[in-house]
Design a protein around this ligand. Structure first.
Ligand code: GAR
Length: 210
C-alpha cells in the first residue's frame, strides 16, 4: 500500500472521497497523516472519524513560507510518506517541499488547466462565459497550478450557473478523478515523458475519465 500524506485547508470532501475509495478497496493506499494549516478545518474531523492521524501546522506560526514548508516536510518524512496529496490545500508551496518530494506531489484544481488557475477558478469560468469547465489533477511544479496533467474531467457551464452551482457540479467529478489519479500512481502506471504524463495500459475499469 502506498503511504500518502494529505494536505488540507477546508471541508475535505476530496479527502473523504480518497478515504472512501481506500475503504472500498479501489485505491491501494494508506493515509498515514492528514495535515491542515487551519486548526478548525472540517477535513480534520473527517480524518478523525476514520481514525486517521491528524496534525495542525498553522502557517501563521512561521516567518516565511519556507519555514512553514520545512515543518510540513518534517511531518511527512517522519510518517514515511511516498506521495503528497494536496486536497483543497490553500497555500502556495516553495522549493523546500518540492525538493523533498520531486515528482511526488499531486494537486486538484477546479478548472480545466491551463484555463483559470489561481483562486476562485469556478467563479472565473462563470464570469468569463466559458461553456465548459471541469477539474484537473496534476503534479505540482514550481509554478501556480502549472505542473504535468494526470487526469481532467469536463462539465458543462449552464446559462443560469452561479459559482456555487458550477462548483458543486465540478466537485462531483473531482471526487471521481482524484482517487483514480492516485491509484494510477500507486499501481506504478504513471510515466513522465517530456513533462507529459503517460498512463500505462492496465486493468482500467474506470478508464472513461481519460
Ligand atoms: C476543491 O474544489 C478543490 O479543487 C479546490 O478547493 C476545493 C476543496 O474542497 N482547490 C483549489 O482551489 C486549489 N487551488 P474540499 O476541501 O471539500 O476537498
Amino acid at each position: 500500500k502506498l503511504p500518502i500524506g494529505v494536505l488540507v485547508s477546508g471541508s475535505g470532501s476530496n479527502l473523504q472521497s480518497i478515504i472512501d475509495s481506500i475503504e472500498q478497496g479501489r485505491l491501494d493506499a494508506e493515509i498515514k497523516v492528514v495535515i491542515s494549516n487551519i486548526h478548525d478545518a472540517f477535513a480534520l474531523k473527517r480524518a478523525q472519524n476514520h481514525s486517521i492521524p491528524t496534525l495542525v501546522i498553522s502557517h501563521e506560526n512561521f516567518e516565511t513560507r519556507e519555514a512553514f514548508d520545512e515543518a510540513i516536510v518534517r511531518a511527512l518524512k517522519s510518517n514515511r510518506i511516498e506521495l503528497v496529496v494536496m486536497a483543497g490545500f490553500m497555500r502556495i508551496i516553495t522549493h523546500v517541499l518540492l525538493d523533498a518530494y520531486p515528482g511526488k506531489i499531486m494537486n486538484i484544481h477546479p478548472a480545466l488547466l491551463p484555463s483559470f488557475p489561481g483562486m476562485h477558478a469556478q467563479r472565473q469560468a462563470v464570469d468569463y462565459g466559458a461553456k465548459f469547465s471541469g477539474c484537473t489533477v496534476h503534479f505540482v511544479d514550481s509554478g501556480v497550478d502549472s505542473g504535468p496533467i494526470i487526469i481532467q474531467a469536463v462539465v458543462p457551464v449552464l446559462d443560469d450557473d452561479t459559482e456555487e452551482t458550477l462548483s458543486a457540479r465540478i466537485l462531483k467529478e473531482e471526487h471521481r478523478i482524484y482517487p483514480q489519479a492516485i491509484q494510477y500512481f500507486a499501481s506504478g502506471r504513471i510515466r513522465l515523458n517530456n513533462r507529459r504524463v503517460m498512463i500505462a495500459e492496465g486493468q482500467c475499469e474506470m478508464s472513461t475519465a481519460l
